[in-house]
Every structure is written in structure tokens, then in C-alpha cells.
Ligand binder design. Structure first.
Ligand code: SF4
Length: 238
């Protein structure tokens, strides 16, 4: 990478109203992710260092943004996993200098990088993949069991004062209702106020999970009441 193109972009969604709360945002899908979640919808973005098929570069992104300043509020760095790319901080600085707010979607993989950039970011969506146990994270991410990194990332976020939400994709092949209770109790205990459950939609390779199974966690009334009572903001996203 060079100073003109500090990040490898896998793709860009030019206009989104669902990736940064109450903002119209351009979403930058950054190439590369160290994890292999079985429910990953962005399979093509996983390979770190791969040459993306897209024509988008950071230079073309900036040209696009400059021409649409009046139509857009924010730029969201998503993935893949944005925290694996060393040039993320420079990219954030440049986007902010253009006058945009900045959002970040992350799994909290790299707390050192998160610490560097957290105060420059206006809003963060943190994916909580599983209860905070090494063996559960290893299953949910397909490989990763350094649970300390996830906890440090959460603590970093809480200490920063940056707005953020936590969210969990409810893949019934990996999680059950008790897992969500466990996640929620930990989040509540450390002071998280916003939590969302996301419906799992079967990926192409998953030919056995039915819609009924996908609904099983997110329609459990006792669980939903518990979550509503324990978070300032709680919603199910379908
Ligand atoms: S962290 Fe996100 S991009 Fe990476 S494998 Fe998991 S779902 Fe896919």
C-alpha cells in the first residue's frame, strides 16, 4: 500500500441507511479477515492481502465522496475486519478531513489498533460472536480463541466514550438461547447499554438450517423480555 491508497478495499456500498444509526453512509468493505465464521456473508472478503475484483481504490473512493458531500453524512469502514489493515488510521483521518463522520464495524480482533483509532470514530458496531469463553469463540469464528482480545476491545470501547452498539448473529448451528443469556449478562455487567440480536439467514453452503430454526432464538419471548429489561436499547433485526 502507498500513501495514496493506505487500505485495500474489497468493495463499496455507495449509499446505505442501515449501517450507521440515523445517517446516510457509504460503506467501505475492507479486504481481509483473520476469522472464518460459519455464518459469514462476505466470504470473498476473507482472504488477507488478496487482490480484490473491485475497481474501487481509496483514491476513487475519495473522488466519489468529494462529489457527494451534500448527500452523505458518514463513511463506515466494514469488512472483512477493518482492524487488520495498518492503513486504517490514515484512511479515517482523510475521510474526516473531507468532512464526514466515521463509523466502524468490527469483531474487536485487534484491541491495539482499536485503541489507536477509537476516539477518531463517531460510532462503532461491535460483533459479539459467542459467550466470552475461548472454546465458544473458537467455534463461532472458526479459529479464534483469544478471548482476552475481545474483552480488552470491549473495555477500550467503554472507556473511550465513543458511541457503540453490540450485536450478535443468532446462528442456531452455533448458539442457543442460554448462550445469548450468557452474552447478555456479561455485557450488562460491564456497562453495555445497546444490544441487538440479528437473524441468521442461511449462507449458500448451509442447506439444512430452516427458517424455523433461524427464528428459534430471536422469537423466544422470555429471552426477549429479559433483554428488553436489561438494556437501555434492545431490538431484533431481521
Ligand atoms: S468476522 Fe465478519 S468478515 Fe470475518 S469471517 Fe466473520 S463474518 Fe466474515
Amino acid at each position: 500500500m502507498d500513501s495514496f491508497n493506505p487500505i485495500i478495499i474489497g468493495d463499496v456500498e455507495p449509499f446505505s441507511i442501515v449501517d450507521f444509526p440515523n445517517k446516510i453512509a457509504t460503506v467501505v468493505f475492507m479486504q481481509g479477515c483473520p476469522w472464518r465464521c460459519p455464518f459469514c456473508y462476505n466470504f470473498s472478503l476473507q482472504k488477507i492481502g488478496a487482490k480484490p475484483e473491485t475497481e474501487w481504490t481509496f483514491e476513487t473512493l475519495k473522488c466519489f465522496l468529494q462529489k457527494r458531500k451534500k448527500m452523505l453524512d458518514a463513511v463506515v469502514f466494514s469488512g472483512g475486519e477493518p482492524l487488520v489493515q495498518e492503513g486504517l488510521e490514515q484512511a479515517i483521518d482523510e475521510v474526516k478531513n473531507l468532512g464526514f463522520e466515521v463509523g466502524l464495524h468490527t469483531g474487536g480482533f485487534n484491541p491495539i489498533m482499536l485503541e489507536r483509532i477509537v476516539k477518531k470514530v463517531d460510532w462503532i458496531g461491535l460483533d459479539i460472536k459467542a459467550p466470552f469463553l475461548a472454546e465458544k469463540y473458537k467455534i463461532a469464528t472458526g479459529c479464534f480463541d483469544n478471548i482476552e482480545n475481545i474483552i480488552t476491545s470491549l473495555e477500550t470501547l467503554l472507556a473511550s466514550g465513543t458511541n457503540f452498539e453490540c450485536r450478535t448473529t443468532c446462528d442456531p448451528r452455533i448458539l442457543n438461547i442460554n448462550d445469548i443469556y450468557e452474552i447478555a449478562m456479561t455485557l450488562k455487567k460491564i456497562g453495555v447499554r445497546e444490544y441487538y440480536l440479528q437473524k441468521y439467514r442461511p449462507v449458500e453452503s448451509d442447506t439444512t438450517t430452516t427458517d424455523e430454526m433461524c427464528e428459534s432464538i430471536i422469537s423466544d419471548k422470555n429471552l426477549l423480555d429479559f433483554l428488553k429489561n436489561n438494556f437501555k436499547v434492545f431490538e431484533v433485526r431481521k
